[in-house]
Design a binder for this molecule. Sequence first.
Ligand SMILES: [Zn+2]
Length: 190
Amino acid sequence: MKNFMKKYGYYLLAFTLILVVGISVGLGGDKKGGVPETPTGNTPTEQASTTPVEMLSPLQNAEVLKWFSDTELFYNSTLKQWESHKGVDLTSENTDVYAVLDGVVTDCSYSYSDGYCVTIRHDDGLVTKYCSLANLDNITKGASVCRGDKIGEISSSASFEANEGGHLHFVVSLNGVPVDPSNYLTLENK
Ligand SMILES: [Zn+2]
């Protein structure tokens, strides 16, 4: 035994050392392996907070009749005057109007100028308003709506835009200020 230890003692020691080092590296490796998971897991959340919300189109196969304009003036053929346009006018053969995001109906109203309008409040300071609807028969103030729920149909109830025919006057507001809806959804002239 003594001879055995003399002969193989160093090997035994060396083997033990390798084993210990191996375990340490193994544990360290596990820790290192665990580290990248946290940033990877966080990345989608970080992206979500910086990427603008993508809305559903309020009309299927929507055609733009009049774009959003903050400063540039558009000619209003109904009123025969030049004016800015704080929304986008859309029309489609499919007359159904859909909620673009989940939210709560905060207002249902009628005015001679804008016709029948529905206002929906969403997360992150976003509010959408749908005007020139045919009626308010299937919508209730205070109701929760989901993205894609039908909230009405297009019409020419907005007398100030009556020359455009059946259409939706769609407004997106961020923190109370009207913004270009095309920042949130893909729109195109057809
Ligand atoms: Zn309009």
